[in-house]
Design a protein around this ligand. Structure first.
Ligand code: 13P
Ligand code: SF4
Length: 297
């Protein structure tokens, strides 16, 4: 079906293992947007969430972008409705608006620059020191980026439901049981958890760190889908996920997990659900996204 449609299947690390195993390319948000912008395929099947498929459409308006489950959203994008974001911009005139890629196309269209968790610190460091900056929508990522870059950022108060669920007490219990394990954390986690981390970074950076580190055990503070790739790359190491305090698996992203292998097959068969976008919003959202790709090394 993939050959018949001349399609490429892109998958984020938080997809269920079966989807990761059939994907043509797996990556973090930055790598996936790069891959989407470079592909020669006619059809992009985006195994991720809505804002990721939108990003592919913004970069490749002539391609058909399919999202296996069109309802796969993101709490960060939902936390930042375009009208409220416009009010935020109006309240802070003369500010430079940087938006995390986890936001809607309409919010991207109102932003000056897009960033991902992988390049946010680097991009902010390239901006003139005297411009005031608005950072939206993730307050945890924003706080961490401000600390890393030494810049004062005015933050939108959005949060990721999955990363906010990680619990400091559960993490400390796991650290006590596994004193030699390195703690790897995604910057969407709360500061109190990031303070325990040995390494903080995007999903790809966490994966690379787990491979290159001389440690053989890791406590992984992000969605456990990434552990599938960690195990494939280095099966001899041990990877521990952090459960909710009562042992539940609320660390899985309910939106990412809406996509299934069957839905991937069906979307290629039916050529839907297809991601459609208003052309005016798309062309306005393209500008800050292209700027991000041009500025990232
Ligand atoms: P990455 O860009 O690090 O893959 O993060 C995407 C995301 O949605 C994290 O919750
Ligand atoms: Fe959004 Fe959080 Fe899911 Fe990432 S893990 S897609 S930020 S809800």
């Amino acid at each position: 079906m993939r050959k018949k449609r001349n399609a490429i299947i892109l998958a984020h690390y938080y997809q269920e293992p079966g989807i990761q195993d059939i994907a043509d390319f797996i990556g973090d948000s930055l790598e996936l947007s790069r891959k989407a912008s470079e592909t020669n395929a006619d059809v992009i099947v985006f195994c991720g969430v809505h804002f990721m498929a939108e990003t592919a459409k913004i970069l490749c308006p002539d391609k058909t972008v399919l999202l296996p489950d069109i309802e796969a959203g993101c709490t960060l994008a939902d936390d930042c409705p375009p009208n409220e974001f416009q009010n935020f911009l109006n309240k802070h005139p003369n500010h430079f608006a940087i938006s995390y890629i986890n936001c809607s196309a309409a919010v991207k269209a109102k932003s000056d620059l897009i960033c991902t968790s992988s390049n946010a610190v680097d991009l902010i460091s390239q901006l003139p020191k005297d411009i005031p900056i608005l950072f939206s929508p993730d307050r945890n990522l924003g706080k961490w980026v401000a600390k890393q870059s030494g810049r004062k950022l005015t933050l939108w108060q959005g949060r990721c439901l999955v990363h906010e669920t990680f619990n400091e007490e559960a993490l400390i219990k796991l650290k006590i049981k596994n004193p030699n394990a390195a703690v790897l954390a995604h910057p969407e986690c709360q500061e109190s958890l990031l303070d325990h981390a040995d390494f903080i970074g995007s999903t790809s950076k966490l994966l690379n760190f787990s491979q290159s580190s001389n440690k053989d055990k890791f406590i992984v503070l992000t969605e456990p889908g990434i552990i599938h790739q960690m195990r494939l790359k280095d099966p001899l190491k041990t990877y521990l996920e952090v459960p909710g305090l009562d042992g539940c698996s609320c660390n899985e992203c309910p939106y990412m997990r809406m996509n299934t292998l069957e839905k991937v097959y069906n979307c290629l068969k039916e050529m839907q659900p297809e991601l459609k976008m208003d052309e005016q919003i798309r062309s306005m959202a393209y500008r800050p996204l292209k700027r991000m790709l041009d500025m990232s090394s």
